[in-house]
Design a protein around this ligand. Structure first.
Ligand SMILES: *[C@@H]1O[C@H](CO)[C@@H](O)[C@H](O)[C@H]1NC(C)=O
Ligand SMILES: *[C@@H]1O[C@H](CO)[C@@H](O)[C@H](O)[C@H]1NC(C)=O
Ligand SMILES: *[C@@H]1O[C@H](CO)[C@@H](O)[C@H](O)[C@H]1NC(C)=O
Ligand SMILES: *[C@@H]1O[C@H](CO)[C@@H](O)[C@H](O)[C@H]1NC(C)=O
Ligand SMILES: *[C@@H]1O[C@H](CO)[C@@H](O)[C@H](O)[C@H]1NC(C)=O
Ligand SMILES: *[C@@H]1O[C@H](CO)[C@@H](O)[C@H](O)[C@H]1NC(C)=O
Ligand SMILES: *[C@@H]1O[C@H](CO)[C@@H](O)[C@H](O)[C@H]1NC(C)=O
Length: 496
């Protein structure tokens, strides 16, 4: 949750303040004092063991515990599966930025089903500063905490507590994000339904750029990609967070503060590959065209990367993807590969987004590895990333011909039809082979599919890529290819 990444170019801050050294007499005096204190504490502990079952034997080692009673969660339908209504979103923003950023948030926020608030630093004075669709709240008590870098990071870190303190009914998960995080709430609800919200879970993803994970932490949920905190964990954070904010005052980001506090509770990060912090520069195409076999949960840094659809504004491009997502949420960006063996062509589909046509036979093994169309976040270099990438070839005959989503149709009886149009990039050098020329003649590719089971990602099933086949191999003359995506037969494989 870093509204301004510019600041990140500064030195990495010291995460923990070291106690100052003491020396000489003073130190000896303190040691004597400590021994007295230890003896006193142990006898106190022994005494209190008889009076209270719950007091620690060694109170000197025990953590300060707030004894304020947090009402237990009275979710009467806790047996029923978690759905979109059980998530409460908390987006970090400010009066100064929300007017601009709300346009992006409105692309995915559905007032009918999305619960939550954007949290601002103050009451907006001008009605045009707020969104008509996304309700806002003002962060409470945030100026009272210590900080060294940015006070707004303290405030944003505390949103999970502010959200919890609203005590809204039937909230099982608190989902935190930036005002420029694009969420895919149906998919998020599906995956969260696998976990018990009455246990403590901290679910998110880290950065794509190794340099960022090294600088911050591999096991931290990066706030821009968004993360989910179970009810049980939020209840503990509500007790501890204010103390944590003062203890970790010299940290940089809001997400680091939550991570630090969650670490004190002893809860690890449950990492899911569908969260996309998008700590990358350039064109995110490679990642989106070869998404891991997992539901798409979030996208971030939309304005920092090139628009995901060429020749569209950042906002329009996200709107296009969301349109496809709404038609078949679990399938968005799911990859499928098929071959035209006679022509020796390979097609890789990223549903709802793009299609790549290779006038050669390319293995699924290779295709599931993202083309490196991007650089690292901080140093703009070619890696390393937290996943493998393959280089974009400089030989035009090895580059795929790319198609982008043009139309999506929600057909009858659970069928969908998506159309992808060939995109002629301005820098495209033509490959001279006859095979390539024939492939280039294909202007459109139409993809038919049945909608995926809406609960596909909520089941603890072994995921498997779906198969696809070209339906009109014999008659591509019209300049259109027709592909059907379907479940693979159990004996089927995607073999060259
Ligand atoms: C522990 O609690 C006491 C009394 O409430 C307070 O004075 C002290 O600062 C707390 N210590 C820490 C480390 O939070
Ligand atoms: C849930 O149960 C509690 C206690 O039995 C009851 O007071 C409350 O009204 C119930 N809520 C709903 C939504 O049924
Ligand atoms: C979610 O589940 C609850 C029951 O726990 C139900 O009342 C509610 O209508 C469901 N919401 C949606 C959007 O399906
Ligand atoms: C509210 O903002 C709009 C757009 O910037 C501006 O034209 C208008 O004067 C503002 N109104 C007030 C009361 O500040
Ligand atoms: C804000 O702080 C005051 C004083 O510390 C406290 O009484 C109040 O409950 C706090 N409000 C919230 C919403 O935390
Ligand atoms: C880009 O968009 C403009 C205007 O919509 C259109 O005229 C042009 O053909 C598009 N270019 C490509 C390469 O699709
Ligand atoms: C394409 O082929 C023609 C003739 O075979 C040749 O002159 C030309 O240089 C080739 N162009 C490229 C880009 O390879």
């Amino acid at each position: 949750m870093r509204p301004s990444r510019m600041e990140e170019l500064k030195e990495a801050p010291n995460l923990v303040a070291l106690p100052e050294k003491t020396n000489g007499l003073l130190s000896r005096f303190m040691r004597v004092g400590l021994i007295f204190f230890l003896i006193a504490s142990i006898s106190l502990a022994l005494c209190s063991t008889f009076s209270s079952q719950t007091t620690s034997w060694f109170p000197i080692l025990a953590q300060n515990q707030t004894r304020t009673a947090i009402p237990t969660f009275t979710d009467n339908n806790t047996e029923l599966p978690t759905n979109i209504s059980h998530m409460l979103f908390g987006l970090g923003s400010s009066v100064a930025t929300w007017r601009d950023r709300s346009r992006l948030a409105e692309t995915w926020w559905d007032s009918k089903t999305t619960r939550g608030y954007v949290w601002l630093d103050a009451n907006p004075e001008n009605v045009s500063d707020v969104s008509a669709h996304i309700p806002h709240r003002v962060s409470s008590n945030w100026t009272q905490f210590k900080f060294t870098h940015s006070q707004s990071e303290v405030r944003i870190g505390r949103i999970v507590v502010d959200s919890f303190n609203l005590r809204l009914p039937d909230v099982r998960w608190f989902v935190m994000g930036d005002d420029d995080t694009v969420f895919f709430p149906d998919n998020l609800a599906s995956v969260l339904s696998r976990y018990d919200h009455n246990k403590m879970y901290y679910i998110g993803g880290n950065s794509e750029s190794v340099e960022q994970d090294v600088m911050h932490a591999y096991d931290m949920a990066f706030g821009g990609g968004g993360f989910a905190v179970s009810y049980a964990l939020a209840a503990r954070l509500a007790e501890l967070m204010d103390g944590c904010l003062d203890r970790y005052y010299n940290m940089y980001g809001s997400d680091q503060r939550v991570w630090a506090c969650v670490s004190e509770i002893g809860v690890p990060l449950t990492k899911l590959s569908g969260f996309h912090q998008f700590d990358i520069r350039g064109d995110p195409y490679g990642v989106l065209a070869a998404h891991p076999l997992a539901p798409l949960l979030s996208l971030h840094h939309i304005d920092a990367v090139e628009p995901i659809f060429p020749n569209q504004s950042h906002l329009d491009a996200v709107t296009s993807l969301i349109q496809a997502y709404r038609v078949d949420p679990p399938r968005i960006l799911q990859q499928s590969v098929c071959y035209d063996r006679r022509r020796k062509w390979t097609v890789s589909i990223s549903w709802g987004y793009t299609l790549q046509l290779y006038p050669s036979m390319v293995s699924a093994l290779e295709l599931k590895m993202p083309l490196q169309t991007f650089k690292t976040w901080r140093s703009w270099t070619d890696g390393p990333f937290t996943f493998n990438t393959r280089p974009v070839s400089s030989n035009p005959c090895e580059k795929p011909i790319t198609y982008f989503l043009e139309h999506v149709k929600d057909g009858k009886s659970g069928n969908t039809l998506t159309t992808y149009k060939r995109f002629a990039g301005h820098e495209e050098k033509k490959c001279n082979t006859t095979n390539y020329a024939q492939a280039m003649a294909l202007q459109r590719i139409v993809v038919l599919s049945k909608k995926m089971d809406p609960h596909y990602w909520s089941k603890e099933q072994a995921p498997r890529r779906q198969c696809s086949e070209i339906k009109n191999r014999a008659s591509l003359r019209g300049g259109t290819m027709l592909i059907r995506i379907r479940r693979c037969r159990s004996s089927e494989s995607i073999t060259i």
